[in-house]
Design a binder for this molecule. Structure first.
Ligand code: 5AD
Ligand code: SF4
Length: 433
């Protein structure tokens, strides 16, 4: 039996899909990358914004239509949306065979086998706040980058966010399992690892905190680059910043979602920091790690946000000059506190504010990328560029896509590129040495 997983949302889902592949293969199922070959199609889904859910619903109905010609096709939904909607998903779209939530992936082989015996819809979405998928080492869908989950869940309950409800409470994976997984990646020739967690800064295992874990990861042979997402501004300690500065493999990039630049909004978001604290962390990062790239997430039009409060976000972004930002208009998620607030901002206003942020950030990104011209960057070559097959593409340590004339032999290598131009969000240059 062959299965395929289509993955949506964040890198945590990418890592979960690789883990699901291991669980399935351990039970004799075979992974395929061709939809038409698959006997089982799984959608690993995201719930963070309504748009993410709508997109996947569209995709599912396309595939479900194929059941007419392939009666044995089994289709299931896993991930955050499965967890959030559970049985409801089956009722919305009666042709789905199963829904399995984020803590129940160990049950997948058994559930699927059961379906072949008696075909009726199965939903398995009980939460288990302790499930950490002990002893499962993922089958990598990506041969160059290892996404390694170090903790699952979130205890922060930002008032807009559905994640704590669908992913449950924070729990950390053991240091030994994490290091073992990274060693396996290193032995396979993978040079870059990204440590994943909803809030990596609250990693904790038998007295080892996140900075200490980073120091251990920094020592693993074969690995040349270490990244991590996501950090919470309230938990970025001096110890972490100092560790980032002193560990040679830890890349000069941090993703630090600010969400808003206004203290009252930050308070109702339950973010537990002020704009001043955030700015203080940015200056500490920039003073200890010159040239660090800083990226962020921002939400426009959170309930109650006035034009003045929005201006604070706009001005903060102008002041910080992020290298890149993921910008969203607020999307009410049923079950979260903010969705209940009776001062929702009109959709048109949310959109218009979002557009102003996008315009500002696009300009800043262009300027920041132009500033890179003349520099020599280390690039980890990933493959041919999408637009021109004679150009190859990779990422710099500070997380910028860099393209240059090259060939297949460079894929998977760390090379030096002299930047000659910056076009949009891409640096262009030539190989040096
Ligand atoms: N509406 C809009 N954006 C959201 N995010 C999380 N929840 C919502 C929501 N309800 C954004 C945050 C977070 C990123 C992953 O998604 O900016 O950092
Ligand atoms: Fe959501 Fe906040 Fe947790 Fe991030 S820290 S996953 S935004 S609740």
């Amino acid at each position: 039996m062959k299965f395929i997983i289509e993955t949506y949302g964040c890198q945590m889902n990418v890592a979960d899909s690789e883990m699901i592949s291991t669980i399935m293969e351990n039970s004799g199922y075979e992974l395929t990358d061709t939809l038409t070959d698959a006997d089982i199609i799984m959608f690993n889904t995201c719930s963070v914004r309504q748009h993410a859910e709508d997109r996947v619903i569209g995709r599912i109905s396309n595939e479900v239509a194929r059941k007419i010609s392939n009666k044995n096709l089994v289709i299931g939904v896993v991930g955050c949306m499965a967890q959030r909607l559970g049985k409801e998903l089956g009722e919305m779209n009666t042709k789905i065979d199963f829904v399995v939530g984020v803590d129940n992936y160990f049950k997948l082989p058994e559930i699927i086998e059961g379906l072949y015996n008696k075909r009726h819809f199965v939903s398995s979405v009980d939460m288990n706040h302790k499930e950490i998928y002990h002893d499962i080492y993922p089958i990598r869908s990506n041969e160059l980058n290892a996404f390694v989950t170090i903790m699952r869940g979130c205890n922060n309950f930002c008032t807009y966010c559905i994640v704590p409800y669908v992913r449950g409470r924070e729990r950390s994976r053991s240091v030994d399992e994490i290091i073992k997984e990274i060693k396996i990646a290193g032995e396979k020739g993978i040079k870059e690892v990204t440590l994943l967690g909803q809030n990596v800064n609250s990693y904790s295992w038998e007295g080892i905190n996140f900075p200490k874990l980073l120091q251990k990861v920094n020592k693993v042979d074969g690995i040349s680059r270490v990244r991590f997402v996501t950090s919470h501004p309230k938990d970025i300690s001096d110890e972490l910043i100092e560790t980032m500065a002193s560990c040679d493999k830890v890349c000069e990039h941090i993703h630090l979602p600010v969400q808003s630049g206004n203290n009252e909004i930050l308070k109702v978001m339950n973010r537990n920091y002020t704009a001043e604290h955030y700015l203080n962390r940015i200056s500490k990062l920039r003073s200890l790690i010159p040239n660090i790239a800083i990226t962020t997430d921002v939400i426009a039009g959170f309930p109650g946000e006035t034009e003045e409060q929005f201006q604070d976000t706009y001005n903060l972004m102008k002041e910080i000059r992020y290298d890149f930002a993921f910008m969203f208009k607020y999307s009410p998620r049923i079950g979260t506190k903010a969705a209940e607030f009776n001062n929702q901002v009109e959709e048109a206003v949310r959109l218009e504010r979002l557009q102003r942020l996008i315009d500002l950030q696009t300009e800043i990104t262009h300027e920041k990328y132009k500033e890179q011209i003349g520099q020599i960057k280390e690039v980890y070559v990933e493959g041919p560029s999408k637009k021109d097959e004679n150009e190859y593409s990779g990422k710099s340590r500070d997380f910028k896509i860099t393209i240059f004339p090259g060939d297949e032999s460079l894929v998977g290598k760390l090379i030096k590129v002299k930047v000659e131009d910056a076009v949009g969000w891409t640096l262009k240059g030539h190989l040096v040495e």
